[in-house]
Design a protein around this ligand. Structure first.
Ligand code: IDP
Ligand code: MG
Length: 141
């Protein structure tokens, strides 16, 4: 299987509850490597741009408010089939529907406050990684 990179975000509910280490322990135990990482606060403009695909959805305004409500950790994960594999490890968008052992089942609070983001396709992964990182900030093993 191809080695891929994907964008991971530890969302404001995760940083607020001091869960960044626990979540990253799950990702690393499952074999994904963190090859870039930074903690930041999204501006409203950045959050709107990042989630532009959802701008017509009813929850868009709330989603943006939530994403700017506290710090996030943005990171690039690398591994075999990393995009789809990371989505499996994350679990379903709604923690109530997420499979046992997934990050959203373990740590998600609600369909909105669901602890983590992960790119949903290799094309979007490329775009989302570019949104936050330049080449010199990504350091492979
Ligand atoms: P995903 O994060 O599993 O890819 P998306 O449908 O892309 O799910 O939604 C992006 C984010 O928007 C979700 O992770 C969640 O934080 C939020 N969200 C999705 N659906 C709802 C909803 O019905 N109500 C409130 N927030 C939602
Ligand atoms: Mg999505």
């Amino acid at each position: 299987m191809p080695i891929e990179r994907t964008l991971s975000i530890l969302k404001p509910d995760a940083t607020a509850r001091n869960l960044t280490g626990k979540i990253n322990a799950v990702l690393e135990e499952k074999g994904l490597r963190i090859v870039a990482q930074k903690r930041l606060r999204l501006s409203r403009r950045q959050a709107e741009a990042f989630y532009a695909v959802h701008r017509e959805r009813s929850f868009f305004g709330e989603l943006v408010e939530y994403m700017v409500s506290g710090p996030v950790v943005v990171q690039v994960l690398e591994g075999e089939n990393a995009v789809a594999y990371h989505r499996d490890i994350m679990g379903a968008t709604n923690p109530a529907n997420a499979a046992p052992g997934t990050i959203r089942k373990l740590f998600g609070e609600s369909i909105e406050r669901n602890a983590v983001h992960g790119s949903d396709s290799p094309e979007n992964a490329e775009k989302e990684i570019r949104f936050f990182f330049s080449d010199i900030e990504i350091v492979a093993a």
